[in-house]
Design a protein around this ligand. Structure first.
Ligand code: ADP
Ligand code: MG
Length: 464
């Protein structure tokens, strides 16, 4: 495999998570790389349409970041396009995309490319306002984004949106881009750029002695959207250049939109003068969505993907993934893939089964043995001592912690836990209450316990 594609694929994996990656990106083949165009082969039409619609921008961005210049992706069909290839994960390949409405994906993509529709031709077509679900956690950011989209350069300039990973920042600012591009009496030039691409392009221009062109390119745009500005941290030369770009655009009342994972003052290594600029407009945050919003997001995505989803299935997915919309989508994507390949309906049983490996990462309960082992490791004692009758203070204490965690994290009863330690249930109850009191009253102690719980979780995630 080509090195550039390999590195870009690694990036995509970080974005999509392992399951989404294996479902959608794993089956793709690198074909060739010519100039700034990379050709990628999809195993069948279903894949190609799906990738075109959902992952093309992601692939383009990842390749651009790795190449240090803007890259294009050309998707082709494999020779045996109608036949399922061995690497395809879902097993029985009804591979030509008939029967579940996916054909419409391609026509939609074409429609999006028509001159001055309602979507900007090179921005991710799915990241529009229409497809963004508003809830209490993103209400303010959404309102600010709409205000800016309706009156670019006039209301809030810059607009700075911050929040955790996978919460919809890129989606929201892309929606601004679509809207500004599509509205107004003349086509407006909208430039969306990940900060890393800005940096790489600048470095390349410096190297090739083409800074004049570089500056020209940015100063001609009506709206500049710079995604993930935290990447400018500590890059002095890039910050200096961006400072001038910013000023030039701002002076002309051209809209600037920025995203970041933190507020400006918390971005380490950000120059004061740039921080001041970032803070001079409107700052809006996006927090993790509540359960209601998550259900609404799942339902909306299901409709967009032509998936029939019973309400209890939507609820099941929304409850299973709590902090990251991208993961939520990963669950749905997996369901969509399996359902389409198996041509089956998404019942609750189907969903449970399909999402098992995905969700068990979050949900699975550890067993008593792994708790015993982890606690023994954590406190540097031998497992045999933990399970022995020894009563030295330190060992007894570790045993109590292990008993407490067994009760908290497994479904085992007090007597069952006792059996694993060769003790009776009253000893376990005593240990449990003792540790529980300490967890409640001693914050430092609570942190240690949480650390053990996290360790248990990562062991399970790795085992899955
Ligand atoms: P970020 O840039 O904050 O890391 P993204 O904008 O890439 O997050 O969002 C991750 C995924 O979650 C995208 O596919 C996006 O469409 C989806 N998403 C996030 N928030 C929402 C929302 N409120 N409504 C619909 N989709 C959302
Ligand atoms: Mg983003």
């Amino acid at each position: 495999m080509n090195g550039l594609w390999q590195r870009a694929a690694d990036r995509i994996r970080d974005e999509l998570g392992q399951v989404g990656y294996e479902t959608w990106i794993g089956p793709l083949n690198f074909v060739g790389h010519q100039g700034s165009t990379v050709t990628i082969e999809a195993p069948n039409r279903f894949f190609r349409d799906w990738i075109n619609e959902r992952y093309l921008s992601l692939m383009r961005a990842a390749l651009s970041k790795e190449a240090g210049e803007e890259m294009e992706v050309r998707l082709t069909l494999g020779e045996n396009a109608a036949v399922a290839t061995p690497q395809q994960r879902p097993a029985n390949g009804h591979a030509n995309g008939n029967g579940n409405g996916k054909a419409s994906a391609a026509s939609r993509a074409t429609a999006a490319a028509a001159p001055r529709g309602d979507r900007h031709p090179t921005l991710n077509p799915r990241y529009s306002f229409a497809e963004f679900v508003v809830g209490s956690a993103n209400q303010f950011a959404h309102a600010a984004a709409q205000a800016v989209a309706n009156q670019p350069g006039e209301k809030y300039n810059p607009l700075f949106i911050y929040g955790g990973v996978g919460l919809g920042k890129t989606h929201l600012v892309t929606a601004i881009g679509h809207h500004i591009w599509a509205s107004g009496d003349r086509p407006r030039k909208v430039l969306f750029m990940p900060s890393e691409v800005f940096m790489n392009e600048m470095i390349n221009s410096l190297r090739r002695d083409k800074m004049g062109e570089f500056r020209e390119k940015f100063r001609r745009v009506d709206t500049l959207i710079l995604d993930d500005v935290q990447f400018l941290a500590g890059r002095e030369r890039t910050q200096e250049e961006f400072f001038h770009t910013f000023n030039a655009l701002h002076a002309e009342r051209h809209q600037i939109v920025l995203t970041s994972d933190k507020v400006p003052r918390d971005i380490p290594g950000l120059e004061d003068r740039l921080r001041n600029r970032f803070e001079s407009g409107l700052i809006a945050d996006i927090a993790p969505p509540d359960l209601e919003t998550r259900v609404a997001i799942v339902q909306k995505k299901a409709v967009l993907d032509n998936l029939r989803l019973a309400p209890e299935v939507a609820m099941y997915i929304a409850q299973s993934v709590s902090s990251n919309v991208r993961e939520l989508e990963g669950c749905l994507t997996r369901l969509a893939a399996l359902a389409s390949f198996n041509q089956s309906a998404i019942t609750m049983d189907f969903a449970r089964q399909a999402l098992q490996d995905l969700i068990c990462n979050h949900d699975a309960k550890p067993d008593v043995e792994s708790i015993q082992r982890t606690v023994a490791d954590f406190f540097h004692i031998r497992l045999t001592d933990l399970k022995s009758k020894k009563r030295t203070q330190h060992i007894a204490f570790c045993r109590q912690v292990a008993m407490y965690l067994c009760r908290k994290l497994t479904d085992s009863s007090f007597p069952t836990i006792g059996e694993h330690f060769g003790r009776d249930h009253s000893t376990v109850i005593h240990a449990h209450n003792l540790i529980l009191r300490r967890v409640t009253s001693d914050p430092a102690f609570r942190l240690s316990i949480e650390k053990i719980e996290r360790e248990l979780k990562s062991i399970r995630a790795n085992a899955a």
